[in-house]
Design a protein around this ligand. Structure first.
Ligand code: PLP
Length: 227
């Protein structure tokens, strides 16, 4: 299967669900991204700041770059002028730094709050209590250079479909309760869940953005990656 065919198949499969395709291009060379771009894919997800900057520099400027991996506060400045959506905001400190750098860049940056839904301790994200206290703190409405567009989560890596569905349902419930609270309601519409192995379940649970890497570009080869 070619990248072009994979993009076409995914778009056809998800479009009737009002769900967007984020092509996760981390570790893959710019030639492969260009191939997907030529098949009309415009949204790409990367998990490392340096890699995303290097690709942004050489690829067409109408690409929307989404940062999906953990972001350190000291690296926000490298992406603030072009990043289209940060999926992985997991602390108040990071939110404040993004706001500061967005102000410097004279723009607003779209963000998702990453929620920890998996069983693995190693994964990042706010828990439900941290999310609700952040929302209730009123801080978000004070950050003029940030748009909180929704929530993101990564399910446990498991064969147990019931476990995955349970985690997605939990996040959807959180999403609904946060959306019901002002002042976030306006523009708070995105639920970023689902990867190559679990996107069908994610779409059933209301995903608006699936992040697909392997099923589009093939297996990643980390040994030859420079990061
Ligand atoms: C790598 C990655 C993906 C894509 O994973 P695949 O299994 O290759 O589809 C999605 N989301 C995040 C946060 C990732 O780091």
């Amino acid at each position: 299967m070619s990248i072009k065919n994979n993009i076409a198949l995914f778009k056809r499969e998800i479009e009737s669900f009002n769900c967007k395709l984020i092509a996760v291009s981390k570790t893959h060379p710019v030639e492969k991204i260009q191939e997907a771009y030529d098949a009309d894919q415009r949204i790409f997800g990367e998990n490392k700041v340096q890699e995303m900057v290097a690709k942004w520099e050489v690829l067409p400027k109408d690409i929307e770059w989404h940062l999906i991996g953990h972001l350190q506060t000291n690296k926000v400045k490298y992406i603030a002028h072009f990043v289209s959506l940060i999926h992985s905001v997991d602390s108040q400190k990071l939110l404040e730094e993004i706001n500061k750098q967005a102000k410097k860049a004279n723009r607003k940056i779209n963000c998702l709050l990453q929620i920890h839904i998996a069983e693995e301790e190693t994964k990042f994200g706010l828990d439900a209590n941290e999310l609700l206290s952040l929302v209730d703190s009123g801080l978000i409405s004070k950050l003029d250079h940030i748009n909180i567009k929704g929530l993101m989560g990564i399910a446990t890596l498991t064969e147990d479909k019931n476990q995955i569905i349970k985690e997605f349902k939990h996040l959807k419930n959180l999403f609904d309760s946060v959306k019901a609270r002002m002042p976030l309601a306006e523009g708070f519409n995105e639920l970023s869940i689902g990867m190559s192995s679990d996107y069908k379940m994610a779409i059933e649970q209301g995903s608006t953005m699936v992040r697909i890497g392997t099923a589009i570009f093939g297996e990643r080869n980390y040994s030859t990656s420079t990061n």
